[in-house]
Design a protein around this ligand. Sequence first.
Ligand code: GLA
Length: 729
Amino acid sequence: MSIYFDEEKKLFKLDTDHTSYVIGLSEEGYLGHAYYGKRLKDLGGKYLLRMEETPYTPMTNKREKSGFLDCFPMEYSTGGIGDYRESCLNVRNEQGCVGAEFFYSSHEIRKGKPKLEGLPASFGTEEEVETLRIICKDAILGLEVELMYSVFAETDVITRSVRLQNTGTETLYLDKVYSACLDMDNRDFEMVSLFGSWGRERHMQRGSVRYGKQMVSSICGKSSHQEHPFMALVTPDANQEHGEVYAMNFVYSGNFIAQAELSQFDQVRMVMGIHSEQFCWKLIPGASFQAPEAVLVYSAEGLGKMTRSFHDFYRKHLIRSPYKYKKRPVLINNWEATYFDFNTEKLLDIAREAKRCGIEMLVMDDGWFGKRNGDDSSLGDWTVNEEKITGGLPELVRKVNEIGLEFGIWFEPEMISPDSQLYREHPDWALQIQGREATQIRTQYVLDITRKEVRDYAYECVAKILRSAPISYVKWDMNRQLTDMGSYSLASDQQQELFHRYVLALYEMQERLTQEFPNLLLENCSGGGARFDPGMLYYSPQIWCTDDTDAIERLRIQEGTALVYPLSVMGAHVSDCPNHAVGRTTPFMTRGHVALAGTFGYELDITKISEEEREQIPEQVELYRKYHHLIQTGDYYRIASWSDRKPYDCWEVAAKDASEILVTYVQVLGRTNTHSRNIRLKGLDPLAQYRLEDTDEIYIGEELLNCGFLVRDVFGDFQSRLFHFIKCN
Ligand code: GLA
């Protein structure tokens, strides 16, 4: 049992293996957040609701209701009645007034976890997860809110989501619906978030939480390059091993907000949900609205433990693809090799050489359809360009298969080029505000996939191609933000639903794809990594991490990404040098070692690189074959992050049974007059002996853990080493 309700104390206690989460009821039936943190043996923490402190409770002193609401740690805050901190829910009635107030009505505790209608969400067996549903009611509005908590004990995760049901007779407008709220006393919290840009996604940022509100968000229709639906509040001492961490991550791929607010009473309110900008959901009597899921992790052992909880959780309870623990085919993608300039012969040349080097799949990227020889046409016209692909697509696939490679293909199904047959026939299929010329980004518009006929067309374009030939892999790209949010199919009081409806439509399309082609390896992508989020992981076991393939730039991008997401989901390729994004030249070996921390593949013209580099490919592919299992299933530890003071980067993956570890060390910059570097390893059995592979060096586990391992003789910039330790007793 992970969930208890104490009738007498009116307390809910949710326990994972190492954490407890306590919800209490006030006398009136407000739901208050009492405690989240280290596991408590007994029921405790109710006094944190501070019911006995001034300014009293509304029951005893109605005059001070607003004072009470302004500091009561609400489990789910609502706007309009006197809690001036961030509200999670704003409801407008038919008179146009905003106000909602919820009181406990009933609850249910059950094994397992129900699905969230139309949304990606975590799952588990009845043995793995238990779910609490608390129903609260606002009798005036005739509105029910169901707060759902699922407890995944083993991975130390609690998920939250919210469902609203209009049980009244009035139409209601939901101006804001967040998914999670956490009110706590401040402990000098600092906020950790992931920021970025195109080609620079998910860099870690940390700073103290100040009075007022600090947020990260996206309003561009996807989780974005710039900010990320993740936030952690950490105590100032928090590092990889120590300190407290409260983290939230959002299982959603559209507009979001994650915010921390420090109030006048030194309380912190942390919230996460769909961004309320340009959001309003019309809820007619009888209708319901399901908000997406937020994943909560508390760690008393620093960021490292938080990371490992997220990794285990996503691997076990979110990714569904049959590939999640499988070796992925080592692929070669022709994007950086040829861009739009390719034809059958070129692709087959690449395929033949790739086969000789042990590569297993050819992926044909953008430029194979319509008359697309640049990025300014043909999106929407998904018929193969036979001038380039002579003999048609099935014939190309057959030839690639004959060479001994699987075949993969690129699509951007959500888009429409103004210069396309599709746009000429259906200009109204693009998102647009009537009477206003829509904004082009990368010379393209966005299809209004919220319309069934448009969605069906876009889906069929992809499916038809997949049905026509044995295609093993699809890269589903999305290369622009959403603008001009207007749909011909929505009434004026529902246009503000469009951002969310778009995401639901996308999910529906990807669900259809995974149902019809269950063995397809799907990789999501969005101008690099602008839709790298847990929502997409539900459909694809890997996501293209960034368009920046430079091994050194990738260190920080992959570090930030791996803070939350398992290495098995990070699309990572070895590309050519000077690197196309930054012009840097790094050793081929380093590029291989860095890409090994992800799905591993190539993106270069293998027919043109030097013989010396080409010769390294079979060895690198062998490394992937040898280590993929460890990298996909092991525990990830961050050992060092490079900076001006520390010119090297280091991470490690340890087998869960401590039988082996793989350490990747990258010396970013060489330095004169330095000793060997001492790195302390993790995840080992202290009493066991470990042999460093390819040497006769033997270490006791406790030596590597406490004394550290010495990295010697690394000379030069951008140099890397792999160290594989194997338990030998
Ligand atoms: C995006 C992707 C790239 C490539 C191009 C093709 O930028 O991230 O990998 O597929 O689109 O246009």
